[in-house]
Design a binder for this molecule. Sequence first.
Ligand code: ATP
Length: 379
Amino acid sequence: MARVRVESLRKEYDVGTVVAVDGLDLEIGDGEFVTVVGPSGCGKTTTLRMLAGLEEPTSGRIEIGDEDVTDVHAKNRDVAMVFQNYALYPHKTVFENMAFGLRMSTDLDAEEREQRVVETAEMMDIAELLEDKPDELSGGQKQRVALGRAIVREPDLFLFDEPLSNLDAKLRTTMRAEIQRLQDELGITSVYVTHDQHEAMTMGDRIVILSDGELQQQGAPTDVYENPTNKFVGGFIGSPSMNFIDVSVEQVAGGLRLDDSDGNFSFTLSAAYATANDAALGRGRYTLGIRPESISIADSQSQNAISAGVDVVEPVGSDNFLHLDIGPEFIARVPSDVTLEAGDEITITFDESDIHLFDADSGVEVLGHDQETQPATPP
Ligand code: ATP
Protein backbone atom coordinates (compact mmCIF):
# COMPACT_ATOMS: atom_id res chain seq x y z
CA MET A 1 0.00 0.00 0.00
CA ALA A 2 1.21 3.47 -0.70
CA ARG A 3 0.25 7.03 -1.18
CA VAL A 4 0.87 8.57 -4.60
CA ARG A 5 1.96 12.09 -5.34
CA VAL A 6 2.09 13.60 -8.81
CA GLU A 7 3.65 17.03 -9.29
CA SER A 8 3.46 19.21 -12.40
CA LEU A 9 3.30 16.11 -14.57
CA ARG A 10 3.55 16.85 -18.28
CA LYS A 11 3.67 14.65 -21.34
CA GLU A 12 4.26 15.94 -24.83
CA TYR A 13 4.23 13.93 -28.03
CA ASP A 14 5.40 14.77 -31.53
CA VAL A 15 8.05 17.26 -30.41
CA GLY A 16 5.65 19.23 -28.28
CA THR A 17 2.86 19.61 -30.83
CA VAL A 18 0.59 17.32 -28.74
CA VAL A 19 0.33 18.01 -25.02
CA ALA A 20 -1.38 14.90 -23.63
CA VAL A 21 -0.99 15.83 -19.95
CA ASP A 22 -0.47 19.43 -18.98
CA GLY A 23 0.92 20.15 -15.52
CA LEU A 24 -1.07 17.64 -13.47
CA ASP A 25 -0.91 17.78 -9.66
CA LEU A 26 -2.51 14.94 -7.71
CA GLU A 27 -2.25 13.49 -4.27
CA ILE A 28 -3.76 10.06 -3.66
CA GLY A 29 -4.02 8.76 -0.12
CA ASP A 30 -2.88 5.35 1.07
CA GLY A 31 -5.68 2.88 0.28
CA GLU A 32 -7.75 5.43 -1.58
CA PHE A 33 -9.78 4.53 -4.70
CA VAL A 34 -9.54 7.38 -7.19
CA THR A 35 -11.37 7.39 -10.52
CA VAL A 36 -10.01 9.49 -13.38
CA VAL A 37 -12.61 10.50 -15.93
CA GLY A 38 -12.83 12.71 -18.98
CA PRO A 39 -13.67 12.62 -22.67
CA SER A 40 -11.66 10.71 -25.23
CA GLY A 41 -8.18 12.16 -25.68
CA CYS A 42 -8.12 14.10 -22.38
CA GLY A 43 -4.97 12.31 -21.18
CA LYS A 44 -6.34 9.60 -18.87
CA THR A 45 -4.41 6.68 -20.30
CA THR A 46 -1.21 8.70 -20.66
CA THR A 47 -1.45 9.66 -16.98
CA LEU A 48 -1.95 6.04 -15.97
CA ARG A 49 0.89 4.83 -18.18
CA MET A 50 3.22 7.39 -16.60
CA LEU A 51 2.21 6.12 -13.14
CA ALA A 52 2.97 2.59 -14.33
CA GLY A 53 6.35 3.61 -15.77
CA LEU A 54 5.32 2.63 -19.29
CA GLU A 55 5.58 6.21 -20.52
CA GLU A 56 8.31 8.67 -19.63
CA PRO A 57 7.09 12.11 -18.49
CA THR A 58 8.39 15.12 -20.41
CA SER A 59 8.63 16.88 -17.04
CA GLY A 60 7.27 16.63 -13.52
CA ARG A 61 7.63 14.15 -10.71
CA ILE A 62 5.90 10.97 -9.53
CA GLU A 63 6.22 9.57 -6.02
CA ILE A 64 4.84 6.18 -4.97
CA GLY A 65 5.13 5.61 -1.25
CA ASP A 66 8.03 7.79 -0.18
CA GLU A 67 10.05 7.00 -3.28
CA ASP A 68 10.58 9.29 -6.24
CA VAL A 69 9.88 6.83 -9.08
CA THR A 70 9.93 9.34 -11.95
CA ASP A 71 12.96 7.64 -13.50
CA VAL A 72 12.31 4.13 -12.18
CA HIS A 73 11.62 1.48 -14.81
CA ALA A 74 8.13 -0.11 -14.89
CA LYS A 75 9.39 -3.51 -13.76
CA ASN A 76 10.92 -1.95 -10.67
CA ARG A 77 7.71 -0.22 -9.59
CA ASP A 78 5.45 -2.22 -7.34
CA VAL A 79 2.45 -1.52 -9.53
CA ALA A 80 -0.10 -3.85 -11.18
CA MET A 81 -2.10 -2.69 -14.16
CA VAL A 82 -5.38 -4.11 -15.48
CA PHE A 83 -6.18 -3.30 -19.11
CA GLN A 84 -9.37 -3.13 -21.16
CA ASN A 85 -8.17 -5.89 -23.49
CA TYR A 86 -7.13 -8.18 -20.57
CA ALA A 87 -3.61 -8.62 -22.05
CA LEU A 88 -3.39 -12.30 -21.09
CA TYR A 89 -0.73 -14.53 -22.61
CA PRO A 90 -2.75 -16.66 -25.07
CA HIS A 91 -0.52 -19.74 -24.90
CA LYS A 92 -0.30 -19.85 -21.12
CA THR A 93 -2.95 -21.38 -18.88
CA VAL A 94 -4.80 -19.23 -16.34
CA PHE A 95 -2.47 -20.59 -13.67
CA GLU A 96 0.62 -19.73 -15.71
CA ASN A 97 -0.75 -16.27 -16.52
CA MET A 98 -1.23 -15.58 -12.83
CA ALA A 99 2.03 -17.15 -11.71
CA PHE A 100 4.18 -15.49 -14.39
CA GLY A 101 4.01 -11.96 -12.98
CA LEU A 102 4.67 -13.36 -9.54
CA ARG A 103 7.79 -15.07 -10.78
CA MET A 104 9.03 -11.86 -12.36
CA SER A 105 8.23 -9.52 -9.48
CA THR A 106 8.90 -11.58 -6.34
CA ASP A 107 11.46 -14.07 -5.08
CA LEU A 108 8.84 -16.56 -3.91
CA ASP A 109 9.69 -20.20 -4.62
CA ALA A 110 7.49 -22.39 -6.84
CA GLU A 111 5.50 -23.80 -3.93
CA GLU A 112 4.79 -20.38 -2.44
CA ARG A 113 3.80 -19.06 -5.87
CA GLU A 114 1.38 -21.94 -6.35
CA GLN A 115 -0.17 -21.31 -2.96
CA ARG A 116 -0.66 -17.60 -3.69
CA VAL A 117 -2.18 -18.28 -7.13
CA VAL A 118 -4.58 -20.91 -5.80
CA GLU A 119 -5.67 -18.67 -2.89
CA THR A 120 -6.25 -15.72 -5.20
CA ALA A 121 -8.06 -17.87 -7.76
CA GLU A 122 -10.39 -19.06 -5.00
CA MET A 123 -11.00 -15.48 -3.87
CA MET A 124 -11.76 -14.49 -7.49
CA ASP A 125 -13.97 -17.53 -8.05
CA ILE A 126 -11.82 -18.77 -10.94
CA ALA A 127 -10.19 -21.79 -9.28
CA GLU A 128 -11.90 -24.18 -11.71
CA LEU A 129 -10.40 -22.28 -14.67
CA LEU A 130 -6.75 -22.59 -13.66
CA GLU A 131 -5.88 -25.16 -16.35
CA ASP A 132 -7.80 -23.38 -19.15
CA LYS A 133 -6.26 -21.19 -21.83
CA PRO A 134 -7.62 -17.64 -22.38
CA ASP A 135 -9.42 -18.52 -25.62
CA GLU A 136 -11.56 -21.01 -23.68
CA LEU A 137 -12.86 -18.21 -21.42
CA SER A 138 -15.71 -15.71 -21.73
CA GLY A 139 -14.96 -11.98 -21.62
CA GLY A 140 -16.05 -11.79 -17.99
CA GLN A 141 -13.84 -14.75 -17.03
CA LYS A 142 -10.86 -13.23 -18.86
CA GLN A 143 -11.29 -10.01 -16.93
CA ARG A 144 -11.49 -11.94 -13.66
CA VAL A 145 -8.22 -13.66 -14.55
CA ALA A 146 -6.65 -10.31 -15.44
CA LEU A 147 -7.79 -8.96 -12.06
CA GLY A 148 -6.57 -12.08 -10.30
CA ARG A 149 -3.19 -11.73 -11.97
CA ALA A 150 -2.94 -8.16 -10.65
CA ILE A 151 -4.17 -9.06 -7.15
CA VAL A 152 -1.89 -12.07 -6.70
CA ARG A 153 1.13 -9.76 -6.79
CA GLU A 154 -0.14 -7.75 -3.79
CA PRO A 155 1.20 -4.55 -5.32
CA ASP A 156 1.53 -1.12 -3.74
CA LEU A 157 -0.70 0.35 -6.40
CA PHE A 158 -3.43 -0.89 -8.74
CA LEU A 159 -3.90 0.89 -12.03
CA PHE A 160 -7.07 0.12 -14.00
CA ASP A 161 -7.40 1.31 -17.60
CA GLU A 162 -11.09 1.05 -18.59
CA PRO A 163 -11.08 -2.60 -17.48
CA LEU A 164 -14.80 -3.19 -17.96
CA SER A 165 -15.40 -1.55 -21.33
CA ASN A 166 -15.55 -4.84 -23.24
CA LEU A 167 -18.17 -6.40 -20.98
CA ASP A 168 -21.94 -6.23 -21.37
CA ALA A 169 -23.90 -3.85 -19.14
CA LYS A 170 -25.02 -6.45 -16.60
CA LEU A 171 -21.59 -7.98 -16.19
CA ARG A 172 -20.08 -4.52 -15.91
CA THR A 173 -22.33 -3.74 -12.97
CA THR A 174 -21.39 -7.02 -11.26
CA MET A 175 -17.67 -6.51 -11.89
CA ARG A 176 -17.77 -2.91 -10.66
CA ALA A 177 -19.15 -4.11 -7.34
CA GLU A 178 -16.58 -6.91 -7.26
CA ILE A 179 -13.64 -4.58 -7.89
CA GLN A 180 -14.90 -2.22 -5.18
CA ARG A 181 -15.30 -5.10 -2.73
CA LEU A 182 -11.81 -6.44 -3.46
CA GLN A 183 -10.23 -3.01 -3.25
CA ASP A 184 -11.96 -2.39 0.03
CA GLU A 185 -10.86 -5.75 1.42
CA LEU A 186 -7.26 -5.46 0.21
CA GLY A 187 -6.96 -1.74 0.92
CA ILE A 188 -4.62 -1.25 -2.05
CA THR A 189 -4.33 2.30 -3.40
CA SER A 190 -6.10 2.32 -6.76
CA VAL A 191 -6.37 4.60 -9.76
CA TYR A 192 -9.20 3.68 -12.13
CA VAL A 193 -9.49 5.34 -15.53
CA THR A 194 -12.81 5.44 -17.33
CA HIS A 195 -14.64 7.62 -19.84
CA ASP A 196 -17.93 6.63 -18.20
CA GLN A 197 -18.92 9.29 -15.69
CA HIS A 198 -21.46 6.96 -14.07
CA GLU A 199 -18.73 4.40 -13.41
CA ALA A 200 -16.43 7.11 -12.08
CA MET A 201 -19.12 8.51 -9.78
CA THR A 202 -20.23 5.16 -8.37
CA MET A 203 -16.81 3.60 -7.83
CA GLY A 204 -14.48 6.34 -6.64
CA ASP A 205 -13.85 7.63 -3.13
CA ARG A 206 -12.66 10.59 -5.12
CA ILE A 207 -13.18 11.54 -8.72
CA VAL A 208 -10.62 13.40 -10.83
CA ILE A 209 -11.89 15.10 -13.97
CA LEU A 210 -9.56 15.88 -16.86
CA SER A 211 -10.09 17.80 -20.07
CA ASP A 212 -7.44 18.57 -22.69
CA GLY A 213 -4.74 17.19 -20.41
CA GLU A 214 -5.65 19.54 -17.57
CA LEU A 215 -7.17 18.85 -14.18
CA GLN A 216 -10.63 20.40 -14.06
CA GLN A 217 -11.74 19.33 -10.61
CA GLN A 218 -11.25 16.65 -8.01
CA GLY A 219 -13.35 15.75 -5.00
CA ALA A 220 -15.91 13.39 -3.54
CA PRO A 221 -18.39 12.39 -6.27
CA THR A 222 -21.35 14.12 -4.59
CA ASP A 223 -19.40 17.34 -4.04
CA VAL A 224 -18.31 17.46 -7.66
CA TYR A 225 -21.87 16.79 -8.78
CA GLU A 226 -23.33 19.49 -6.59
CA ASN A 227 -20.57 22.05 -6.96
CA PRO A 228 -18.89 21.80 -10.35
CA THR A 229 -16.10 24.34 -10.63
CA ASN A 230 -16.87 25.08 -14.24
CA LYS A 231 -19.32 24.52 -17.08
CA PHE A 232 -17.31 21.62 -18.47
CA VAL A 233 -17.58 19.64 -15.23
CA GLY A 234 -21.25 20.63 -14.80
CA GLY A 235 -22.01 19.26 -18.26
CA PHE A 236 -19.79 16.18 -18.07
CA ILE A 237 -20.91 14.83 -14.70
CA GLY A 238 -24.56 13.77 -14.47
CA SER A 239 -26.90 12.04 -16.90
CA PRO A 240 -28.85 13.44 -18.62
CA SER A 241 -26.47 16.39 -18.66
CA MET A 242 -26.99 19.70 -16.95
CA ASN A 243 -29.04 22.08 -19.13
CA PHE A 244 -27.42 25.36 -20.16
CA ILE A 245 -28.96 28.65 -21.22
CA ASP A 246 -27.02 31.83 -22.00
CA VAL A 247 -28.54 34.67 -19.99
CA SER A 248 -28.01 38.30 -19.23
CA VAL A 249 -28.44 39.54 -15.65
CA GLU A 250 -30.29 42.72 -14.90
CA GLN A 251 -31.29 44.45 -11.66
CA VAL A 252 -35.08 44.68 -11.36
CA ALA A 253 -37.43 45.74 -8.57
CA GLY A 254 -37.87 42.21 -7.09
CA GLY A 255 -34.24 41.10 -7.38
CA LEU A 256 -32.09 40.06 -10.32
CA ARG A 257 -33.64 38.96 -13.59
CA LEU A 258 -32.02 36.40 -15.87
CA ASP A 259 -33.14 36.57 -19.51
CA ASP A 260 -32.07 34.67 -22.59
CA SER A 261 -31.61 36.62 -25.81
CA ASP A 262 -34.61 34.99 -27.59
CA GLY A 263 -37.13 36.04 -24.97
CA ASN A 264 -38.02 32.34 -24.35
CA PHE A 265 -36.71 32.30 -20.86
CA SER A 266 -36.87 34.64 -17.89
CA PHE A 267 -36.21 33.88 -14.23
CA THR A 268 -36.07 36.35 -11.35
CA LEU A 269 -33.76 35.66 -8.43
CA SER A 270 -35.27 36.88 -5.16
CA ALA A 271 -33.98 40.04 -3.49
CA ALA A 272 -32.67 37.91 -0.59
CA TYR A 273 -30.72 35.67 -2.95
CA ALA A 274 -29.49 38.66 -4.96
CA THR A 275 -28.31 40.44 -1.82
CA ALA A 276 -26.58 37.35 -0.45
CA ASN A 277 -24.73 36.76 -3.69
CA ASP A 278 -24.23 40.27 -4.91
CA ALA A 279 -20.46 40.15 -4.62
CA ALA A 280 -20.21 37.04 -6.78
CA LEU A 281 -22.57 38.32 -9.41
CA GLY A 282 -21.77 41.38 -11.46
CA ARG A 283 -24.08 42.49 -14.20
CA GLY A 284 -23.43 40.97 -17.59
CA ARG A 285 -23.62 37.67 -19.42
CA TYR A 286 -23.63 34.24 -17.81
CA THR A 287 -24.52 30.67 -18.63
CA LEU A 288 -27.24 29.35 -16.39
CA GLY A 289 -27.00 25.65 -15.57
CA ILE A 290 -29.89 23.61 -14.20
CA ARG A 291 -29.98 19.86 -13.73
CA PRO A 292 -32.86 17.90 -15.32
CA GLU A 293 -33.97 16.57 -11.92
CA SER A 294 -34.17 20.09 -10.45
CA ILE A 295 -36.95 21.02 -12.88
CA SER A 296 -40.59 20.50 -11.99
CA ILE A 297 -43.85 21.08 -13.79
CA ALA A 298 -45.52 24.21 -12.46
CA ASP A 299 -48.78 26.05 -12.51
CA SER A 300 -48.66 28.73 -15.21
CA GLN A 301 -49.55 31.35 -12.57
CA SER A 302 -46.73 30.44 -10.19
CA GLN A 303 -43.69 32.62 -9.74
CA ASN A 304 -40.94 32.01 -12.27
CA ALA A 305 -43.15 29.78 -14.40
CA ILE A 306 -41.45 29.20 -17.76
CA SER A 307 -43.44 28.15 -20.84
CA ALA A 308 -42.08 25.22 -22.79
CA GLY A 309 -43.15 22.97 -25.64
CA VAL A 310 -42.55 19.24 -25.31
CA ASP A 311 -40.52 17.96 -28.31
CA VAL A 312 -39.98 14.37 -27.20
CA VAL A 313 -41.01 12.24 -24.23
CA GLU A 314 -38.40 9.62 -23.42
CA PRO A 315 -39.68 7.06 -20.90
CA VAL A 316 -36.91 5.35 -18.92
CA GLY A 317 -39.07 3.37 -16.50
CA SER A 318 -38.93 5.19 -13.21
CA ASP A 319 -38.88 8.61 -14.88
CA ASN A 320 -39.70 10.39 -18.10
CA PHE A 321 -37.14 12.62 -19.79
CA LEU A 322 -38.92 15.55 -21.42
CA HIS A 323 -37.02 17.22 -24.25
CA LEU A 324 -38.20 20.82 -24.16
CA ASP A 325 -37.96 23.55 -26.79
CA ILE A 326 -36.38 26.08 -24.38
CA GLY A 327 -32.97 25.45 -25.86
CA PRO A 328 -31.00 22.76 -27.66
CA GLU A 329 -30.85 19.55 -25.61
CA PHE A 330 -32.91 20.96 -22.76
CA ILE A 331 -34.19 18.03 -20.69
CA ALA A 332 -36.43 17.83 -17.63
CA ARG A 333 -36.59 14.65 -15.59
CA VAL A 334 -40.08 14.10 -14.22
CA PRO A 335 -41.78 11.11 -12.54
CA SER A 336 -43.14 8.52 -14.98
CA ASP A 337 -46.71 9.12 -13.83
CA VAL A 338 -46.58 12.60 -15.39
CA THR A 339 -48.32 11.75 -18.65
CA LEU A 340 -47.38 14.08 -21.46
CA GLU A 341 -46.77 13.71 -25.16
CA ALA A 342 -44.84 15.46 -27.88
CA GLY A 343 -46.55 18.72 -28.85
CA ASP A 344 -47.91 19.48 -25.37
CA GLU A 345 -47.36 22.99 -24.00
CA ILE A 346 -46.37 23.05 -20.34
CA THR A 347 -44.91 25.38 -17.74
CA ILE A 348 -41.91 24.43 -15.69
CA THR A 349 -39.98 25.98 -12.87
CA PHE A 350 -37.07 25.31 -10.53
CA ASP A 351 -35.75 26.56 -7.26
CA GLU A 352 -33.26 29.40 -7.31
CA SER A 353 -31.01 27.45 -4.94
CA ASP A 354 -30.58 24.77 -7.65
CA ILE A 355 -29.27 27.24 -10.23
CA HIS A 356 -25.62 27.26 -11.26
CA LEU A 357 -24.28 30.34 -13.00
CA PHE A 358 -21.09 30.17 -15.03
CA ASP A 359 -19.08 33.05 -16.42
CA ALA A 360 -20.07 33.23 -20.10
CA ASP A 361 -16.46 33.59 -21.27
CA SER A 362 -14.34 31.47 -18.93
CA GLY A 363 -17.01 28.91 -17.95
CA VAL A 364 -15.96 29.25 -14.29
CA GLU A 365 -18.82 28.80 -11.85
CA VAL A 366 -19.72 32.05 -10.12
CA LEU A 367 -22.78 30.82 -8.28
CA GLY A 368 -23.49 27.24 -7.30
CA HIS A 369 -25.88 24.85 -5.73
CA ASP A 370 -24.95 25.55 -2.13
CA GLN A 371 -25.05 29.32 -2.32
CA GLU A 372 -26.55 31.31 0.50
CA THR A 373 -30.18 31.98 -0.19
CA GLN A 374 -30.39 34.35 2.75
CA PRO A 375 -28.29 37.48 3.14
CA ALA A 376 -24.90 36.55 4.61
CA THR A 377 -25.19 39.44 7.05
CA PRO A 378 -28.51 40.88 8.18
CA PRO A 379 -29.37 43.95 6.10
P1 ATP B 1 -9.28 7.57 -24.64
O1 ATP B 1 -10.40 7.60 -23.64
O2 ATP B 1 -9.74 7.78 -26.06
O3 ATP B 1 -8.37 6.40 -24.47
P2 ATP B 1 -7.45 9.27 -23.15
O4 ATP B 1 -8.12 10.27 -22.29
O5 ATP B 1 -6.96 8.03 -22.48
O6 ATP B 1 -8.39 8.90 -24.37
P3 ATP B 1 -4.76 9.56 -24.10
O7 ATP B 1 -4.73 8.21 -24.76
O8 ATP B 1 -4.01 9.71 -22.84
O9 ATP B 1 -6.26 10.02 -23.87
O10 ATP B 1 -4.26 10.63 -25.17
C1 ATP B 1 -4.14 12.00 -24.85
C2 ATP B 1 -3.67 12.75 -26.11
O11 ATP B 1 -2.35 12.34 -26.44
C3 ATP B 1 -4.52 12.48 -27.34
O12 ATP B 1 -4.58 13.67 -28.08
C4 ATP B 1 -3.73 11.43 -28.08
O13 ATP B 1 -3.98 11.50 -29.46
C5 ATP B 1 -2.30 11.83 -27.75
N1 ATP B 1 -1.38 10.67 -27.75
C6 ATP B 1 -1.45 9.60 -26.93
N2 ATP B 1 -0.44 8.75 -27.17
C7 ATP B 1 0.28 9.28 -28.19
C8 ATP B 1 1.46 8.88 -28.92
N3 ATP B 1 2.09 7.74 -28.61
N4 ATP B 1 1.90 9.68 -29.89
C9 ATP B 1 1.27 10.86 -30.19
N5 ATP B 1 0.16 11.30 -29.55
C10 ATP B 1 -0.34 10.52 -28.57
